[in-house]
Design a protein. Structure first.
Length: 134
């Protein structure tokens, strides 16, 4: 795999630094649209990693993507209704909720298959002695 040269990284950082100052991108609609495009790009990269690199077709990550959006919309509507939480705390709270839900589901799915409690420890069973007819 070919390494990316540092000049490309510097150009990308410069572009991201200049992007908010471009005329026409200073209103709320343009920033919202760019944010949604960035989120969709990250989601597409995760899907490409799953299907392209590993060859595993799974839409499990889409569940957590949707749960994060669902939780953030409900928190923002509560803030709009008068909940005294600053808006920059919405994303960390949603990340915390996503990690908590994901770890709960992962624990349950790896510890207890099909929702059944784990089996008891197996003990060595003594074999019956074979009897010979001699």
């Amino acid at each position: 795999m070919k390494a990316i040269r540092p000049a490309y990284w510097y150009a990308a950082v410069a572009l991201l630094a200049v992007l908010p100052r471009i005329p026409g991108l200073q209103n709320d609609f343009a920033r919202s649209l760019l944010s949604q495009m960035g989120i969709a790009a990250i989601f597409a990269l995760s899907y490409n990693l799953l299907l392209g690199q590993t060859g595993l077709l799974s839409f499990g990550h889409a569940v957590y993507f949707g749960l994060g959006g669902y939780a953030s919309i409900h928190l923002m509507s509560a803030i709009n209704a008068g909940l005294p939480i600053p808006m920059p705390l919405v994303s960390p709270r949603d990340a915390y909720c996503g990690v908590h839900i994901e770890s709960s589901v992962a624990f349950a799915s790896t510890r207890w298959p099909s929702g059944v409690a784990p089996p008891a420890k197996r003990t060595e069973r003594k074999r019956p002695r074979s009897r010979t007819l001699v």
